[in-house]
Write a protein that binds this ligand. Structure first.
Ligand code: URA
Length: 246
């Protein structure tokens, strides 16, 4: 029986982005992989990745199971892992990150920009998306039409969307009011096109939308659209604190 946590060497290295199983078999054949100081001669060798010391070309492999990436999503990309026709956010990542099979936590519309978390940590994603958790999401929006205190009040009370759904209270902050207004809106749920539909409910149209925060995670302003970085330990810890069982 295989000891708990043990996995095939080729599977571990494929997960860490060292290539396909076939490519790893070749690395083994070329004697480029060591396990605990000994040459690996079988790609099917069972290893305990958190304990065993694996080296490829003399470089230690730092094993990790999960990856957490903050992406500033650009317009024109679908929040998906694959699509037959459109470009998807995962296409923006390099192969060494894609090897972890990250997926977007929640969705931003194709024409929306901003904070998107990509991870392969299903448990954390589930927590962040759970309707019961009411994780706040903050958006910056440019709205066609004059946003006023009446709208602030309406959002505070919840508005009725075009399908009859009454939203939870949202916090609307007016940054600039004019024929085109700039606002920040925090909502605690994630209905389809929610921000756009909330403004439609008060007779206005969102013409630009960017998510700037989700829970404790704040979009890194240094990331231009299309750019990404891994989350810091601190950012991951704070996100996990949402879930006391973890
Ligand atoms: N609300 C929207 O209307 N669109 C998004 O992408 C996110 C929230």
């Amino acid at each position: 029986m295989v000891e708990k946590g043990r996995q095939r060497l080729d599977k571990v290295l494929a997960h860490m982005g060292f290539g396909t199983r076939k490519e790893i078999k070749k690395l083994v054949k070329e004697k480029r992989i060591m396990v605990n100081g000994e040459l690996a001669n079988d790609p099917g060798l069972h290893v305990l990745p958190v304990r065993d010391h694996i080296e490829v070309d003399g470089e230690p492999v730092e094993y990790r199971q999960y990856i957490y990436i903050m992406l500033n999503k650009p317009q024109g990309f679908l929040s998906a892992t694959e699509d037959r026709f459109a470009q998807v956010v995962v296409d923006l990542l390099p192969p060494e990150y894609r090897a972890f099979h990250p997926f977007p936590v929640g969705r931003l519309d194709k024409d929306a920009e901003g904070l998107l978390l990509l991870t392969n940590d299903g448990k954390l994603a589930h927590q962040l998306l759970s309707p019961k958790k009411h994780v706040p999401k903050t958006y910056y929006a440019v709205v066609c039409g004059m946003v006023t205190e009446t709208d602030v009040e309406a959002f505070r009370n919840g508005v009725t969307l075009n399908d009859g759904y009454r939203t939870m209270p949202g916090e609307l902050k007016i940054l600039r009011s004019g024929p085109e207004s700039e606002v920040e809106l925090t909502i605690y749920e994630g209905k389809y096109h929610q921000v756009k539909r909330m403004f439609e409910a008060v007779g206005k149209k969102v013409i630009y939308l960017k998510r700037i925060a989700m829970g404790s995670l704040i979009l890194d302003e240094r990331l231009k659209p299309g750019e990404y970085r891994e989350l810091s330990e601190e950012e991951i810890k704070k996100l996990r604190e949402l879930n006391p069982t973890r």
